[in-house]
Design a protein around this ligand. Structure first.
Ligand code: NAD
Ligand code: ZN
Length: 251
């Protein structure tokens, strides 16, 4: 089959499906100016994320870890959702309760675009969590934000409300995600290197459940061999022909 026909086939599968599950990673926000971890431009002062996004790094030097998060928070705050985020909002409107968007991103751009059936598996840059009482609260705007923040309830130091390497994704969030992928007729995996667990398993779970699996990523990933269609391109460019409005005059 030619490439255009395979895209058309995937498009029809998505149109017909009642249950659609979507997994996104850092790549979907690249066009909004937010760097990915893996790939060019993903570094901060030459430091690998694995050296900062861990409980050990935070225990050693909370100020340094908070500086990195404050920088990422400012970037996310100033960024705007792109066409790919918007197309997923449209897809949710079409599918209603049969839709779930699961993201590894912590930038908040899916919510800002208007996605509602949304699981943020790894938390959010826009919030902190009290180390003593676990209260979660939004950060003030970046202009006035002085890390580390203090809990408004008990005054203790608070940490970024994100899941670090070596920590578990909250069980309820993962259950909801896993259920959606297990029962999906179509699963879309966009802009994730698919190496971070447990999110990486969601694609496999969908495939085991009989879903039609579509991947959009400029690079190959461990999921590529499992996908029915794997588009080697950016998220905006890949999602437009799959779920964007049809050109007038085409069926
Ligand atoms: P990753 O950095 O490991 O991988 C990014 C992937 O995106 C790569 O496979 C790359 O080929 C692909 N990519 C690059 N440009 C793209 C584009 N324009 N369109 C589509 N794909 C593109 O990110 P990950 O897989 O999401 O996982 C790593 C962890 O990084 C997660 O835990 C996540 O919380 C965190 N993270 C989040 C953000 C964010 O919130 N925007 C940014 C960086 C990292
Ligand atoms: Zn507290």
């Amino acid at each position: 089959m030619r490439a255009a026909e395979r895209v058309e086939e995937a498009r029809r599968c998505i149109e017909r499906a009642h249950r659609v599950a979507v997994l996104t990673g850092a790549g979907i926000s690249a066009a909004s100016g937010i760097p990915t971890f893996r790939g060019p431009g993903g570094l901060w002062e030459g430091v690998r994320p694995e050296e900062l996004a861990t409980p050990e790094a935070y225990a050693r030097d909370p100020q340094r870890v908070w500086s990195w998060y404050a920088w990422r928070y400012r970037l996310a705050y100033q960024a705007r959702p792109n066409r790919a985020h918007e197309l997923l909002v449209q897809l949710e409107r079409d599918k209603g309760d049969g839709f779930l968007l699961v993201t590894q991103n912590v930038d908040g751009l899916h919510a800002r675009a208007g996605s509602q059936r949304l699981v943020e598996l790894h938390g959010s840059l826009h919030r902190a969590r009290c180390e003593a009482c676990q209260h979660r609260f939004p950060l003030p705007p970046p202009e006035t934000f002085m890390p580390p923040p203090r809990c408004p309830r008990c005054g203790s130091r608070a940490r970024p409300d994100v899941v670090w390497f070596g920590e578990l994704v909250p069980g309820r969030a993962y259950q909801r995600a896993a259920e959606a992928f297990r029962t999906a007729e179509v699963a879309l995996v966009v802009g994730t290197s698919a190496v971070v667990e447990p999110a990486a398993s969601l694609g496999r779970l969908a495939r085991l459940g009989g879903a039609y699996l579509v991947e959009v990523n400029p690079e190959q990933t461990p999921l590529t061999p499992l996908a029915h269609l794997s588009l080697r391109c950016g998220a905006e460019e890949g999602l437009e022909p799959l779920i964007g409005p049809r050109a007038p005059g085409t069926a």
